[in-house]
Unconditional design. Structure first.
Length: 507
């Protein structure tokens, strides 16, 4: 039986072109578009009226739902084109537009209006999407498991009111594009669970601090000396407070107005410093290259270096800037020893509880398999200590002990993250030299130039001791010419603080 072929249709009038939408692909696109528009309206409304909208609302409102809306429009267009191709002769594939026809003119005006409105709304939505991807919620909360350590530390840091992108991206289009390309790779690592645990530092190819940190900070400004009081509680029964007052020689200075000096002498003000690191974390520095304003170069080699001069010459050199010392300016994981000192000083822990400093550090330093195990272990350890050693105090100071347990559990949650294999020891903090080598990576008395000059480890280069007192230090405390360690260690110039102070149980 002969099959009658459908003859090619004549080019339909414009008012009949809507019939081309009646195909499965276009109808699916229409349905998807309606759902997408409804979702966009709902999520934008929630984002507008919510006091603290979650990060997922933003990504659904400005990225996911608009993406499905665009997909729906493409589906409708594809369905129309397929339908026309099926019914029309090749020469009649493209529509003929006659603006003299009132129906066609009305359709063109309607389509143009829709297109203009769509472009304007898309531009506004694109800006909101850009704004959302630069937000702290997007950076810190979207990838919850991966970023929870960094976000937790960020919220407690000196930069808690500075947006993540201000430091990690900075101004300008070039680094914005670089950050989004890098972020795309990180998204795939998160989706496929291939990200490292913990996230490694230092960050390679980090934008120079002059283009980020120095948008707010000003190393050239001369700060002179700044008084700082260090409070340490002893591990004895009375939790004896020991305070040290020091004048930190921050220094600074613009070469145009005077000679730079102090700690900020390093900050490319009067000198350019480059160095070679022998390890990934940049804790071992075998070579330092210093160039002054006159172009004179001094090279320092570590006497105990395992690298030869040829190896050093071929190694990558890092240009020193702010983050070589301030390498944990925001994501700071405070050691248990210092965390407990801070809680005692702020009276979140009751210093009248015997041995509270020692016991708090002990339970914080223990290894736990999970947060739940840590919560239970801290409670059992602290309460068990007082019940067995000080039963009277365990009865009379139940509230103080419960408050201490809650505070120590909180300290653990903001410094230790078993899921990411991260704690206070994972990332060395180079600011100072109390718990980590820090300044002594270079100022160790072991880096010698070819003409015999030595990078000194003299304490008075960076700070001057004002006084040492038991109890609260006062401005009238007598000056202390030299630092007196509570335990006699002999010649302190031969000992690094970090050799003993490990942040956990110890001195």
């Amino acid at each position: 039986m002969d099959t009658e072929k459908t003859p090619p249709l004549e080019v339909e009038p414009w008012h009949r072109s809507r019939m081309l939408l009646r195909n499965p692909v276009s109808l699916a696109g229409v349905a998807l578009g309606i759902v997408s528009l409804a979702n966009i309206f709902l999520f934008v409304l929630i984002d507008a009226i919510a006091v603290k909208p979650g990060p997922y609302i933003g990504i659904l409102a400005y990225m996911v739902s608009p993406g499905f809306l665009i997909l729906s429009l493409l589906m409708m267009l594809a369905g129309v084109l397929l339908e026309r191709r099926k019914h029309l002769a090749p020469q009649a594939f493209y529509p003929r537009i006659d603006l003299n026809d009132p129906t066609q003119r009305s359709a063109v005006i309607s389509f143009t209006t829709f297109l203009v409105v769509f472009v304007v709304v898309s531009a506004a939505g694109s800006y909101k999407a850009y704004e959302f991807t630069e937000s702290t919620a997007f950076c810190g909360q979207l990838c919850h498991t991966v970023m929870i350590p960094e976000y937790t530390a960020y919220q407690l840091s000196p930069h808690a009111r500075v947006a993540c992108a201000d430091c990690h991206v900075g101004p300008g289009a070039t680094w914005f594009v670089k950050s989004k390309l890098s972020g795309s790779r990180q998204v795939f690592a998160t989706i496929f669970n291939t990200y490292p645990r913990p996230i490694p530092t230092p960050v390679h190819n980090l934008r120079p601090a002059q283009e980020t940190c120095e948008q707010c900070h000003w190393p050239k400004k001369f700060y002179g000396g700044q008084l700082k009081v260090f409070a340490h509680y002893a591990n004895d029964e009375k939790n004896t407070l020991h305070q040290v007052r020091m004048l930190i020689k921050t220094g600074g200075g613009d070469p145009a107005t005077g000679a730079p000096e102090g700690i900020h002498w390093h900050m490319n003000i009067g000198n350019r410093i480059d160095y070679v690191a022998a390890d990934e974390k940049r804790q071992v520095i075998p070579y330092i290259h210093v160039e002054d304003l006159q172009g004179r170069v001094t090279e320092y080699y570590a006497k105990d270096s395992t690298l030869s001069k040829d190896q050093i010459a071929k190694a990558d050199k890092h240009h020193m800037d702010c983050v070589d010392c301030h390498n944990r300016p925001t994501h700071i994981y405070v050691p248990p020893d210092l965390s407990v000192d801070q809680s005692l000083l702020s009276r979140h822990l009751d210093a009248s509880l015997p041995f509270i400093k020692q016991q708090a550090v002990t339970v914080l330093s223990a290894t736990y398999a999970s947060n739940d195990a840590a919560t239970q272990g801290i409670a059992n350890g602290l309460q068990g200590f007082y019940e067995s050693k000080y039963p009277d105090i365990a009865k009379t100071k139940q509230l103080e002990i419960r408050n201490a347990v809650a505070e120590i559990q909180q300290i653990y949650r903001r410094t230790t993250f078993p899921d990411m294999k991260l704690n206070w020891q994972t990332h060395p903090n180079n600011l100072g030299h109390y718990y980590y080598p820090g300044c002594f990576r270079c100022h160790d008395g072991q880096h010698v130039s070819t003409d015999g000059r030595v990078i000194s480890r003299d304490c008075n280069q960076c700070h001057t001791l004002m006084s040492e007192t038991e109890g609260v230090a006062s401005a009238s405390a007598p000056p202390a010419p030299t630092f007196q360690h509570p335990v006699d260690l002999g010649d302190l110039t031969q000992v690094n603080c970090a050799d003993c102070h490990n942040g956990g149980v110890g001195p």
